[in-house]
Design a binder for this molecule. Structure first.
Ligand code: NDP
Length: 475
């Protein structure tokens, strides 16, 4: 969803932009300073249609048993009018507003007021106060990494309620799904609008702001790099991880509970979705400190793209498989179930190992072993705008010798596994793999544009050594 980057940043405003020895083009750090027509058109399209897409998918399940074509057929044949569909849509309720307010407040409390204790007793887990990457203005932010703890506390309470206290039904999320959608939208728009106003009136770090002068672009892609309230409430870390990703596994559990209520059993496909997506979510929180060094945190500014996306797009569209399985309880044959599980686990293994190899290689400056051997790499250099020459290394062995973004390939394999659990009767559950393919392919191109601007001829040597992006021999 991010916009294409411009080649020519405004002079003097981008202190960390980089330049390779032989390159004349200066690199972009973060998103563009100037907006081309293609980026603007994409942004206007997304601002107008992304909320409608979410509504359409959720409404199709609610009113049309997850068929994406039946609503269109009804509308085109005049069988129904838009107003008929809209009038059947559940509205915002006090109950949903109460649940949502309590949920977000609870996550804020866990994030801000309970310092991490997991790193004190879980071996190998990196939590507590950690440093992020250097920002364009040269700031190194500190973060309280306590997402794993928030996830554990939330889920312990969820299970305690489901099996012991019975304060509320475990189907509560499914039962209020559309009223909760309105609440998520209110928060998504409120936080994006607040972030925009804040960047003009009281930015956390004025030097890390990017103003393009185009209202829509700035609203969508964000102005502030790391908006914060107080010392610790970091918008990007909070909204990226919680409430959306902590909720992801709870939403799936609620779908499983609904299947149990409706059909007296939970299907193996629903268990697979819960297990495979649960592994992905737990991996995210286990590696939350590593996440500080990924593109989302290191390069993207905080606007509607992240604010609304984290509140609405992620919890509603990343969980479509579980929602579908409530309406169509698929019981897979053993061979299919085992095959999908293995495919998903292999995808996860590739995703995690590839990310780990780069992380280890960069942390140790190459003094490590990749698949039992000394790593192979390409030495590269770049210059920051102040004229200082820097050195870096690009790994060319392990999974990084197979393709330049094999971590994305593993991610895509896992994404396909979630979809396959739903069988082939409807296309709705396959939205996720289509979306992830577009997102990660676009990311490859965006990242490589940035790396080429940064490393110049060294990047060309790297792409010659590792010629494929995602699938060796194909792309
Ligand atoms: P990467 O972790 O692949 O980071 C890319 C950066 O790594 C490059 O900009 C470059 O930075 C450096 N790099 C590139 N090639 C090499 C190399 N050969 N050796 C060493 N360093 C290299 O990308 P992301 O941050 O996008 O993704 C992180 C993970 O998050 C991925 O596994 C992805 O699948 C996942 N993800 C999931 C999403 C979801 O919605 N589920 C969304 C987005 C990502 P430098 O300037 O330091 O050289």
């Amino acid at each position: 969803m991010a916009a294409r980057q411009e080649k020519k940043p405004s002079e003097g405003r981008n202190p960390k932009s980089t330049q390779n020895d032989t390159q004349t083009s200066q690199a972009q750090w973060g998103r563009a300073w100037e907006v081309d027509w293609f980026s603007l058109a994409s942004i206007l399209f997304l601002l107008m249609f992304a909320p409608l897409i979410v509504y359409y998918f959720i409404m199709s399940c609610d009113q049309y048993q997850c068929s994406l074509t039946d609503p269109l057929v009804d509308l085109l044949t005049g069988n129904k009018h838009l107003s008929d569909i809209w009038n059947k849509t559940p509205t915002l309720t006090y109950r949903a507003a109460g649940i949502y307010t309590l949920w977000v407040t609870f996550q804020v409390v866990l994030y801000v007021f309970i310092p991490d204790f997991c790193h004190k007793f879980i071996p190998g887990y990196v939590g507590g106060v950690q440093e992020g990457a250097v920002t364009p203005a040269g700031v190194v932010n500190k973060y309280e990494i306590n997402g794993l703890q928030a996830w554990i506390i939330t889920h312990v309470l969820w299970f305690a309620n489901a099996y012991y206290f019975h304060w509320f039904s475990p189907t509560i999320i499914f039962d209020n799904w559309i009223p909760l959608l309105w609440c998520a939208n209110i928060l998504g728009y409120a936080v994006s609008t607040f972030a925009m106003i804040k960047s003009y009136l009281f930015p956390t770090n004025a030097k890390d702001c990017k103003f393009t002068g185009n209202f829509f672009y700035d609203y969508m892609m964000g102005i502030e790099f790391n908006p914060r309230i107080g010392k610790w409430f970091d918008f990007k870390l909070f909204f990226n991880g919680r409430p959306g990703i902590v909720a992801w596994t709870l939403i799936n559990l609620s779908y499983a509970a609904k299947q149990q209520e409706l059909y007296g059993q939970v299907t193996n496909s629903m268990i697979l979705v819960n297990v495979l997506q649960g592994i992905y979510v737990l991996d995210f929180f286990w590696n939350e400190s590593w996440y500080l060094k990924t593109i989302d945190i290191c390069h993207d500014h905080f606007g509607w793209y992240l604010g609304w996306g984290d509140c609405v797009w992620l919890p509603y569209l990343y969980t479509l498989q579980g929602l579908y399985l409530v309406y169509h309880p698929v019981q897979l044959g053993t061979a299919n179930a085992v095959g999908i599980l293995l495919w998903g686990l292999i995808g996860y293994y590739i995703f995690r190992t590839t990310n780990h190899q780069k992380d280890l290689f960069r942390r140790t400056n190459g003094n490590c072993k990749i698949w039992g051997k000394k790593p192979e790499y390409i030495e590269c250099s770049y210059m920051s705008a102040d004229g200082t020459k820097h050195y870096s290394k690009l790994l060319t062995s392990g999974f990084w010798g197979w393709a330049r973004h094999f971590n994305y390939t593993g991610d895509l394999m896992g994404s396909l596994a979630y979809c396959l659990t739903c069988g082939f009767d409807h296309i709705l559950p396959y939205f996720y793999i289509v979306y992830m393919t577009i997102l990660l392919t676009h990311r490859c191109i965006r990242d490589e544009h940035r790396c080429f601007s940064k490393y110049g001829k060294d990047w060309k040597r790297y792409t010659a050594a590792v010629p494929y992006r995602l699938v060796p021999g194909i792309f």
